[in-house]
Design a protein around this ligand. Structure first.
Ligand code: G3P
Length: 220
């Protein structure tokens, strides 16, 4: 299972890359708004840190506008994936970009039917938003499980990317539900690293090691 970081923060991306666990990055206008600056420059820098897919989201509503933005993003680096929101125009843009050999990530997916259509149109990544479904009292993980199963049954090559991951449990559940990828905020990646007993155990091992060294030195 691949792990993407859901951020436009270069420091966070570098850190995850240093840990050897980073398979790609997803950005969106809200994440970009948190860091500001030039979106193009950020995307170029992210693509220099990871060779995995880096999603850059279009904001136009019309097909021509989506195509123009998507084609531009695709010139920035070979690993750019153009993120397009689910809509009638979005499907057309995905289909046209696929014909041009430009990879896409269909975002704002909330049902398996939407995911199936996005895959049919040619999106290589399909992004159901787990947390936002949970927010409205629907089990977001059901869409992940259904799409993973549908793609397996019908040998569809698109990958299910669990997005809007809000806690470490979501991550485990997405992995068990068959998500090919999950994209997570850096904070959740950090939470996955730690456990109170691990951190306590490290402190205890260090204390015991020092005690043993001191008693060895005293005997020498
Ligand atoms: O990848 C999509 C993700 O950024 C949305 O997350 O927490 O805003 O629903 P959230």
């Amino acid at each position: 299972m691949k792990i993407f970081l859901d951020t436009a923060d270069i420091g966070e991306i570098r850190q995850a890359a240093r840990w050897g666990v980073l398979d790609g990055v997803t950005t969106n206008p809200s994440l970009y708004a948190k860091v500001g600056g030039s979106y193009d420059d950020i995307l170029r820098e992210v693509c220099s840190i990871t060779s995995g897919p880096v999603s850059a989201e279009v904001v136009a509503d019309d097909v021509d506008g989506m195509l123009e933005e998507g084609r531009h993003f695709a010139t920035l680096a070979p690993n750019i994936v153009v993120k397009v929101a689910m809509s009638e125009n979005g499907l057309e843009a995905i289909s046209r970009l696929a014909e041009e050999g430009i990879k896409t990530n269909c975002t704002l997916i909330f049902t398996s039917n939407q995911g199936l259509l996005a895959a049919k149109a040619g999106a290589s990544l399909i992004s159901p938003f787990v947390g936002r479904l949970d927010d409205i009292n629907q089990d977001g993980m059901i869409v992940i499980r259904e799409l993973a199963e549908i793609f397996a049954i019908h040998e569809i090559e698109s990958e299910v990317l669990a997005a809007s991951i809000r806690n470490p449990l979501h991550m485990t559940q997405a992995a068990l539900a068959g998500a090919h990828v999950a994209t997570l905020p850096f904070k959740i990646l950090q939470q996955m690293v730690h456990h109170p007993l691990t951190d306590k155990g490290i402190v205890q091992f260090k204390k015991d090691w020092q005690k043993a060294r001191e008693s060895a030195a005293a005997k020498a």
